[in-house]
Design a protein around this ligand. Structure first.
Ligand code: HEC
Ligand code: HEC
Length: 203
């Protein structure tokens, strides 16, 4: 019961009072379990290597889902996949709760690309049928924790661009990936570069 209550409180905090799916994640247990992750993702979830994603401030539901995606082989990465194989569902929920409770650092956008990136992020591209990213990832890039749509704000541009290309090439799959595949296929390489740069400075 205590555990249930704790999960419920966490969900309420994440979505600002809206009813949400309760998670069973325990922040403190997640902190302990994150020790093996910190070498790449940083002690507070802010990685310094642009190929390793920041996890700080990412929503718990999305983190848990992606860990399951690595474990189940929908996503593959030589560094990350072995880290997910031994995780239980409870571990994934705890790690999600821990990272959701951390504060992300925000980077800089390249001014030469920011204008195009902002246009795509806020308005999409009507000519090629690209929807506005902010419709699902929110105007400030916090995502939609209740739905498990990822936060993007401050993420390394190198990592973000790789993900969009992975969706295009079906190198990144999993439940819910079809949507991002369709969107990514409609983006030009320059639009991918620009929107990834814009996201790096978004907050
Ligand atoms: C040796 C380095 C390394 C370690 C250790 C590591 N990761 Fe990762 N992780 C990565 C890389 C690289 C990626 C990006 C893979 C890709 O390009 O898809 C990643 C991706 C992720 C993602 C997906 C993020 C997103 O935005 O979709 C999550 C979640 C994650 N790691 C959690 C963890 C957790 C939890 C641990 C510890 C149990 C851990 N990682 C340990 C390197 C590492
Ligand atoms: C209709 C909702 C929706 C729209 C619009 C949308 N996304 Fe997404 N996005 C999602 C969902 C859901 C996921 C998680 C999919 C999965 O599990 O792989 C996602 C995942 C992502 C990821 C992976 C994040 C990570 O940490 O690995 C990136 C990057 C991304 N979206 C960028 C964009 C960009 C750029 C746009 C605009 C061009 C956009 N999205 C528009 C719903 C959306």
């Amino acid at each position: 019961m205590l555990k249930l209550l704790r999960g419920f409180t966490l969900s309420l905090t994440l979505v600002g009072g809206q009813p949400a799916i309760a998670t069973d994640g325990d922040i403190e247990a997640g902190r302990t379990k994150s020790a093996t992750c910190s070498a790449c993702h940083g002690a507070d979830g802010n990685s310094v290597n642009a190929e390793w994603p920041k996890l700080a401030g990412q929503n718990a539901k999305y983190v848990a889902r992606q860990l399951a995606n690595f474990k189940e082989g929908h996503r593959k990465n030589a560094l990350m996949s072995p880290m997910a194989t031994a995780l239980t569902e409870q571990d994934m929920a705890d790690l999600g709760a821990y990272y959701a409770n951390q504060t992300p650092t925000i980077g800089q956008a390249d001014p030469a690309l920011a204008e195009l990136g902002e246009r795509i992020y806020r308005g999409g591209n009507a000519d090629s049928g690209v929807p506005a990213c902010m419709a699902c990832h929110a105007p400030d890039g916090v995502g939609n924790p209740g739905a498990g749509y990822p936060a993007l704000r401050g993420q390394h541009a190198t990592y973000t661009a790789k993900q969009l290309n992975d969706y295009r090439e079906e190198a990144r799959l999993g439940p819910g990936s079809e949507l991002m595949k369709t969107i990514s296929l409609r983006l030009t390489p320059r639009e991918i570069e620009a929107v990834s740069n814009y996201i790096q400075g978004l907050h």
